[in-house]
Design a protein around this ligand. Sequence first.
Ligand code: ADP
Ligand code: MG
Length: 266
Amino acid sequence: MDAAAAELGTVGTQDAPAVELRGLSVSFMSERREVVALEDITFSLEPGSFLTLLGPSGCGKSTLLRVIADIVQPRTGTVRVFGRPPIEARKRREIGFVFQDATLLPWRSAIDNVRLPLQVGGGAQGARSAGDLLALVGLAGWENALPHELSGGMRQRVAIARALLCGPKILLMDEPFGALDEITRDRLNAELLTIWRETGTTILFVTHSIHEAAFLGQQVLMLAARPGRVREMIRIDLPEPRALAIRDTAPFGVLSARLRAVLETC
Ligand code: ADP
Ligand code: MG
């Protein structure tokens, strides 16, 4: 082992999966009863890949993202993010999180919301500035707008730019477009794929929508509920780069039907 590399903590991460879960179980105490949110989850994810998580409400999708982000601790099993425990990934700012609600500070401009991680928790800027990231998410010219001056879709774009500020290696997205109208959601779906290609970030994306799961993901992780378990990991063999029109093709229809059939058993 190279001593200098060991000191830097880089050993073992060169060829490591972006995310590796082995026998992961998570429980919560609720009214003195143990609720098993996730049971025996095992899968791994290549760096740079795009995984969508699909499953009924309460099957543990949000919990799974929270474990990877070091917000929730597992009861059993191991979790590795680029070969290290999640707490290391968190300290290194390797993880960005986008929630359903953009959670912007209403008194701060778009660009100052994107810069927030530099002031809170001492993050350091990655390769792209806040201004570059606003351009990347299609908000060039809106730097000084306040959140109430932006539409729901635009606020979510700001939240994505903010999550990318520290140059994360993994982007965790928990139903980020769930509250948006269909046209805005379609547009953001297409643009998210462009952002994914341009940044090379590994993305885990939770959704309720079969079409969103199939359009975005290289793979769909289907979870069954009570307790949350892996039902199936389904590879989405659609050509890349994908444009929205792919949803009108026969192979997309076949895949969607397959996802729906599996979802009905979850
Ligand atoms: P999903 O995101 O798929 O809808 P969640 O991960 O939010 O599911 O929840 C999975 C299960 O764990 C649910 O039964 C939920 O009620 C329970 N749960 C999640 N977080 C907590 C918590 N902090 N305390 C108690 N129970 C929780
Ligand atoms: Mg959830």
